[in-house]
Write a new protein. Structure first.
Length: 157
């Protein structure tokens, strides 16, 4: 049995403790915004927040997040909108991704958005070097210049 909060809701899952969090989210809870990319925590497509910190869920066993708060891309806007909001709205990072036309194919973008959100929460005005060292997600389309531009637009806002 694994118990943790996902996007503000307590989840009790009858699963093996070594199951990667990615598969618990996707297969058990139907939250498919978190993507499988590599399975070795290198690409970042599976990035979620655990207690506000960016974590690669493909190699994180559910036993490691027992009792903790998990935020997925599906919950990011809802959590930002707050409990009194009638409908989720985009976060500033999600809006910056649209404004700067960051995605191409889009596969890696939920992980990128989660990584950028965690970075900006801990460092609201990161330098280019800090962005580069924090956003280690892989984008096969090469959207890195637009990712940096979107993050910088929020840092200077």
């Amino acid at each position: 049995m694994a118990t943790f909060r996902v996007n503000g809701f307590e989840q009790n899952l009858d699963i093996e403790p070594e199951m990667p969090l990615l598969w618990a989210l996707r297969d058990e809870l139907g939250m498919t915004g978190t993507k499988f990319g590599c399975g070795i925590a290198s690409c970042g497509a599976c990035t979620v927040h655990v207690n506000g910190r960016a974590v690669r869920s493909c190699t994180t066993p559910v036993s490691a997040v027992e009792g903790q708060d998990i935020t997925t891309i599906e919950g990011l806007a809802s959590m930002a909108a707050g409990a009194n909001a009638s409908a989720p709205s985009l976060t500033a990072v999600q809006q910056a991704w649209i404004d700067h036309q960051v995605p191409q194919c889009g596969y890696c973008q939920s992980g990128m958005i989660m990584a950028a959100s965690a970075l900006l929460a801990s460092n609201p005005n990161p330098s280019d070097a800090e962005i580069d060292s924090s956003i280690t997600n892989v984008c096969r389309c090469g959207s890195y210049p637009r990712v940096r531009k979107a993050i910088r637009s929020l840092a200077t806002a």
